[in-house]
Design a binder for this molecule. Structure first.
Ligand code: ASP
Length: 561
């Protein structure tokens, strides 16, 4: 791997520069939101009552057919009085009604985002002073509802949007490359790692330690989040819409169902299909079992297979390094896209909520985990963080722990000197089930929503939030916005409306970037901690320095630093 060593700037500096340059470029080319004039319009609405809801606090749905024809918005009310309040023109027998009411539509703002093959329109406005948001995505402008074609013709397109689209394409290509190598890398590295253990009972000890680490750090993260929400109280006084119903995939699953689904996922009926579908839990279980049974089988068969997987793993590592050398370009593209497509205005209302999440993540990443690295793994947390920095910055910009996995593995092994035996076990499993950042985020976001609707939240409810946040983080995939999808489960557990997510979605990307970085950092610290328990000759590679950063003298064990 010595050819990976560049004479120029270290990889993590290149990535950092790309990150800053991409942000600046993105801000400069941000086409901004299009503000449309206020209007008073007649809208058609259809009212229906949820038959299952109780008489005294009925759930009434109102489908508002937007005059602009973008989409029908579903709003939920818990009393007829609230319904009349929102639509003063309503008359007669409500439940029979497909009626027309007059409403004022104010503060109309449209964000048009384009990629190479898609046009997305996010439309936010106030209906009779209540905030409503909706969005639509189409392949070409002629597929837009009539009214929107004119708006698109006037405000869409242009060099700025083309640049944004090109940046997104470039970033996606980088992500594709990372995805391409992820499955073969996990399989070869897990089988090599496990089959390399001489004694399976040692592997068993590593397994329980790893699970304990995942559980303890996730709970610490959630506790940090809950303490901070109670101190900052970001939701008190926040004006969240009760209007739009954000329907999220997976939101109707029960917790029990999710747990059973997880267990099902761990036992593939067809390992080849699991490989094809990139079903990580299945791949992990099968690879571990395959490795364990290579040891159990022993003899010539074991030697042949070990040699084969070691060879395949060596090739995969080389390929990975080659892809990773492109990280600065990928990061630049992603940052341009993120900042050019998301205006900064939305950050106002959600500032306290975002601050609470940021602060919680910061405490967990900069205090709790480093203390574990210092006192349990007995390593310098700063040197370890420096060794992990390319992976952490890539996690930040791609918002995907799975996507970052190849880089995380390389950094942990080549720059931080943890053996493949530990990393190939702790990291793939961690990318799938250990998500401290996501767990903390779930807890903070749900309590923020609860505060906004009900004021302060009882201790019992906070405990329910904590447990469900833990499960949601275990179930979340290591892909962008997975935490947001899983949040529906936590909201349901404490009986909060899913509508509230409408606003949170707007700022999810930036929080996703931060929590993904913490997810990856926690997995990496897990490697250091677990390696600390391994016998000395097994826990670090002989050529690497124990304190994290490579010495620079032996390029055979280095990535480009
Ligand atoms: N994007 C996160 C990850 O990949 C998951 C999440 O949405 O919280 O780790």
């Amino acid at each position: 791997m010595s050819e990976q060593k560049h004479s120029g700037l270290a990889l993590h500096w290149q990535i950092l520069i790309a990150l800053v340059a991409g942000t600046i470029a993105g801000v400069l080319i941000n086409p901004g939101a299009v503000e449309l004039p206020d209007e008073a319009v007649s809208v058609a609405i259809a009212v229906s009552r949820d038959a299952g809801s109780d008489e005294r606090s009925p759930t009434i749905y109102v489908d508002v057919r937007d005059p602009a024809g973008l989409e029908t918005v579903r709003r939920r009310f818990h009393s007829e009085a609230a319904l009349h309040d929102a639509f003063p023109g309503l008359t007669g027998d409500l439940l029979n009604a497909e009626q027309t009411v007059d409403i004022s539509v104010t503060q109309r703002s449209v964000v048009i985002t384009e990629t190479m093959d898609r046009i997305s329109i996010d439309y936010s406005r106030r209906h009779n002073n209540r905030p409503v948001t909706s969005s639509v995505e189409v392949a070409t402008a002629d597929k837009l509802p009539g009214h929107w074609q004119a708006i698109y013709a006037e405000h869409g397109g242009g060099v700025r949007r083309q640049l944004t689209a090109a940046a997104k394409y470039g970033g996606d290509l980088f992500l594709r490359l990372l995805k391409m190598i992820t499955v073969p890398l996990i399989v070869t590295s897990l089988v090599t790692g496990v089959a390399g253990l001489n004694n399976t009972s040692r592997f068993g000890a590593m397994f329980s330690r790893t699970l304990l680490y995942y559980l303890v750090t996730s709970l610490l993260a959630i506790t940090t989040g809950i303490v901070i929400v109670n101190l900052v109280r970001p939701g008190i006084g926040a004006d969240l819409p009760g209007g739009t119903e954000a329907v999220l995939v997976g939101g109707d699953q029960s917790l029990f169902g999710i747990l059973l689904g997880l267990i099902d996922n761990m036992i593939p009926t067809n390992p080849l299909r699991a490989l094809v579908d990139s079903s990580f839990l299945s791949i992990i279980t099968f690879s571990i079992l395959f490795g364990v049974f290579i040891i159990r089988t022993g003899g010539r068969a074991a030697d042949t297979l070990r040699e084969f997987f070691e060879a395949a793993f060596a090739v995969m590592m080389r390929l990975t390094m080659a892809v990773i050398a492109l990280a600065p370009i990928g990061v630049f593209c992603f940052m341009v896209y993120a900042t050019a497509s998301q205006g900064l205005a939305i950050f106002g209302t959600l500032a306290w909520y975002m601050l609470a999440v940021f602060f919680g993540l910061l405490v967990h990443a900069a205090v709790t985990l480093p203390l574990l690295v210092r006192f349990v793994a007995k390593r310098s947390p700063i040197a370890f963080a420096r060794a992990m920095s390319p992976a952490l910055m890539t996690a930040f910009s791609t918002a995907s722990s799975n996507g970052t996995l190849p880089l995380t593995m390389t950094c942990v092994e080549e720059r931080a000197g943890v053996t493949n035996r530990v990393s190939s076990f702790v990291l793939p499993l961690g990318a799938t089930i250990n998500m401290d950042g996501t767990a903390l985020y779930e807890a903070v976001a749900v309590l923020f929503i609860a505060q906004a609707y009900h004021g302060d939240v009882s201790l019992a409810q906070q405990i329910v939030v904590a447990i469900t946040a833990l499960l949601a983080s275990v179930g979340a995939a290591g892909i962008p916005h997975a935490g947001l999808v899983m949040m529906a489960i936590v909201l349901q557990a404490v009986n909060l409306p899913l509508e509230a997510q409408g606003v949170i979605i707007a700022v999810d990307r930036v929080l996703d970037m931060c929590r993904t970085m913490v997810n990856v950092w926690s997995d990496s610290c897990g490697c250091a901690v677990i390696a600390g328990f391994e016998p000395a000759e097994d826990s670090t590679t002989p050529v690497s320095v124990a304190e994290g950063a490579p010495s620079g003298s032996d390029s055979s064990s280095e990535v480009s630093t």
